[in-house]
Design a binder for this molecule. Structure first.
Ligand SMILES: [Zn+2]
Length: 446
């Protein structure tokens, strides 16, 4: 292998397309605290009007801002009693709704011809809201909204402790305010503040953290230090068994309900399942980011999962169990949370992804893998299969960055170098009983 040439070309690609900074966003939710009747009424009227307007824009069946502006704006001003800034955010919302509807339609997940809109939140941009801190005793945070051409209302907002910290950071300039979404839920009003900041990534990472999905585990992580790239550190597994169990259970319940023709119930359960799984994925993503943060100047690398479903076509059961393991969603959460902490996330190219699971990380030999252990027929290394693949992913990035040499790494000592440790149990333990009860209830209901 021509060592220098390879390093140089990959070295360049690494630095050419690296964004050194990135804009990240967070949403902080505050509650409108005991608004008086007049204000609630004004909000409710504005919400009805806004929903009507978004539906009206949807009738144009266009995702072009220009088209909607030219053909709709003047009429909208005439027919809808809303602030002009709100007329524009309603238009943008209609475009977003139509776009995601078209996307779903392409994938065949919706049957209706047009998007059906039941609820909406009102989006206020900088032109139609202001948020300030006062000396008011009830709450210092007051949100002023321009609803229409005549009416402005001021609302007291309260936050939970963590949210308050972020809002204070925003007042101190760490975050900037962009949008406020006014959301009505169960008769109460909430203000969703969307904040943004630019994070700077280090241009000299010192630790590469590879995160991979496993055949056995939901996720695997390993760290490679620039000082000693031959020695992979702290392999860790997240089994995801709780997620597997929930998915299996819900699958079973849904099948039973389907047979009995309870389609509505099936849909409801799907939402429930998704929320439970997402909650667990968030916890795991937090743990993974915490894992990365223990190392100096970390950078995360993951496989690009586009097109992964084609990779395994085994039994139907296996498909459901593994594949549907929502690793892609986990990746998105990891990227988001890591970026918030100023940690950059990189993905491997298709070429680099090739054979990561079949290659011996020590000698580079490509072998057939069977069972849970990777056994290299060339150098005799025996290694945890998921961890071996994960190390290969890390090496793909260290190669790109020109770390270490092209010579085969030192024999990695499994017992010393990498201590595979399961994470501290699944995040939610008591689920079992609850789910069993749910299961029984659903069957009875059917
Ligand atoms: Zn080998």
């Amino acid at each position: 292998m021509n060592c220098d040439k390879q390093i140089n070309s990959t070295f360049e690609t690494f630095f050419r397309d690296v964004p050194m900074q990135k804009d990240v966003q967070i949403t902080i939710v505050g509650k409108v605290f005991k608004p008086n009747k007049r204000k609630v009424l004004a909000l409710n009227i504005a919400l009805d009007e806004y929903l009507r307007l978004v539906k009206w824009y949807l009738q144009f069946n266009s995702t072009s801002k220009k088209f909607l502006h030219e053909n709709g704006y003047e009429l909208a001003r005439k027919y809808f009693d809303l602030n002009t800034a709100l007329i524009q955010t309603a238009r943008d919302k209609a475009i977003e709704i139509l776009k995601s509807f078209n996307e779903l339609k392409k994938r065949g997940t919706v049957k209706s011809k047009k998007p059906i809109l039941k609820r909406i939140s009102i989006r206020f941009d900088k032109r139609c809201y202001s948020f300030s801190k006062t000396t008011n005793v009830l709450t210092p945070y007051w949100l002023t909204l321009s609803l229409n051409r005549r009416e402005r209302i001021s609302l007291p907002i309260i936050f939970g402790e963590r949210q308050k910290q972020r809002i204070e950071d925003a007042f101190n300039g760490v975050w900037s305010f962009i949008i406020v979404e006014m959301v009505k839920r169960n008769g109460e009003w909430y203000a969703h503040f969307i904040l943004t900041k630019t994070v700077e990534f280090t241009d000299k990472p010192e630790t590469v953290i590879a995160i991979d999905r496993g055949e056995v585990n939901l996720a695997v992580a390993v760290a490679i230090s620039k000082k000693n790239p031959e020695k992979p550190m702290k392999g860790q597994f997240w089994r995801g068994s709780e997620i597997k169990r929930i998915r299996g259970l819900y699958h079973h319940i849904r099948r039973n309900l389907q047979r009995k023709g309870r389609i509505g119930k099936v849909k409801e359960l799907r939402g429930k399942e998704r929320r439970k799984v997402n909650q667990m994925l968030h916890i795991i993503a937090n743990q993974i980011v915490a894992y990365a943060k223990q190392f100096s100047k970390p950078i995360i690398v993951m496989e690009n999962l586009n097109g992964i479903r084609r990779n395994f076509k085994k039994s139907k059961k296996l498909n459901r169990r593994f594949h549907s393991l929502p690793f892609r969603k986990l990746q998105a959460y990891i990227e988001y949370k890591a970026n918030l902490e100023g940690i950059e996330v990189r993905y491997l190219t298709k070429e680099e992804t090739k054979n990561t699971s079949k290659t011996c990380h020590r000698c580079g030999y490509v072998a057939r893998v069977k069972g849970r252990l990777f056994k290299c027929p060339k150098c005799g290394m025996e290694y945890n299969r998921d961890l071996n693949a994960c190390i290969n992913i890390a090496y793909a990035l260290t190669r790109r960055m020109g770390w270490g040499s092209c010579e085969s790494p030192e024999p990695a000592d499994v017992t010393e170098g990498v201590k595979p440790q399961a994470n501290a149990g699944s995040p939610i333990r008591k689920g079992g009983v609850v789910h069993l009860r749910l299961y029984l209830r659903c069957l009875r209901a059917a």
